[in-house]
Design a protein around this ligand. Structure first.
Ligand SMILES: O=C(O)[C@H](O)[C@@H](O)[C@H](O)[C@H](O)COP(=O)(O)O
Length: 257
């Protein structure tokens, strides 16, 4: 697992713009190397703001949208089209505005599919398994970039502190009783997160500062799930000043003055 690199931007707005630029550049680099790329999206405020900034960027068409797989780190178990679904936010902010291949937009199904949360998690695990290549050495693709938001309690995706989902070895899990509403969710698990080539944890706001500090310390993921947010080749902690305000200054330098 890679050691996190901390990059600090002035505020949440600059953070979303800078991450958007980074997504575009990274995707173009990966596509020029191997043709297609895979990107895992996150819900949450900064996650969706980042997608809106990608949509607004004139450079967005440098991406070959037809050769991109879109996945989610987690989803709220609500019917499709529900305004609280991470998918709905991502479609409105970005996916409805670019030429993605609908067959490569891999959504986690809601109750309107007729599936229970457990069945939906299994269906997603099957989809991941089908997409995995021998070089991924596991039941899920080794994603090129996984973006993760983080809650003030240190949760990432829908992996909340102290919950059994953190011990899960299957790639996808149904989560019940989430402390952040809605209570039922579907989430990728730590082994899949840690199998990603790059993991980018994105956080803004003072209420995240304590969790950011712990996620960079040697806390275990059981207490602070974000401490398990590490990619195989690269881990970035992309923060605004407020979210970075409790980390030792040796760890990060301000990137946007
Ligand atoms: O379904 C969700 O809510 C998310 O995927 C979740 O993991 C989110 O990214 C964090 O809670 C941060 O959310 P904020 O940026 O809104 O604080």
């Amino acid at each position: 697992m890679s050691v996190p690199n901390v990059i600090i931007h002035r505020d949440a707005d600059m953070l979303a713009k800078a991450v958007a630029a980074r997504v575009i550049t990274r995707t173009v680099d990966v596509q020029s190397g191997k043709g297609s790329a895979s990107l895992v999206l996150t819900g949450g405020t900064v996650g969706i703001a980042t997608l809106a900034e990608i949509a607004a960027s004139p450079a967005r068409d440098a991406i070959d949208w037809r050769n991109l797989d879109i996945w989610w780190g987690d989803e709220r178990f609500l019917p499709s089209g529900h305004p609280e679904r991470n998918e709905t936010g991502a479609r409105q902010a970005l996916l409805d505005h670019v030429d993605v291949d609908p067959a490569r937009v891999h959504v986690m199904r809601g109750p309107d599919s007729g599936m229970t949360a457990e069945e939906s998690a299994e269906a997603y695990a099957d989809e991941l398994r089908r997409a995995a290549r021998p070089e991924d050495h596991g039941p899920a693709p080794s994603f090129d970039v996984m973006m993760l938001g983080m809650g003030p309690d240190g949760h990432v995706a829908s992996l909340f502190p102290g919950m059994p989902a953190l011990y899960e070895t299957r790639p996808v899990v149904a989560v019940h009783g989430s402390p952040k509403p809605p209570p039922t969710r579907i989430s990728l698990t730590l082994p899949v997160i840690q199998g990603s080539r790059e993991v980018w944890l994105i956080a803004a706001g003072e209420e995240k500062a304590g969790a950011v500090r712990l996620a960079l310390s040697d806390s275990g993921p059981m207490q602070v799930p974000a401490a398990g947010a590490r990619g195989r080749q690269r881990t970035l902690f992309l923060l605004d000043r407020a979210a970075a305000s409790k980390i030792p200054s040796s760890l990060g330098r301000l990137s946007s003055p």
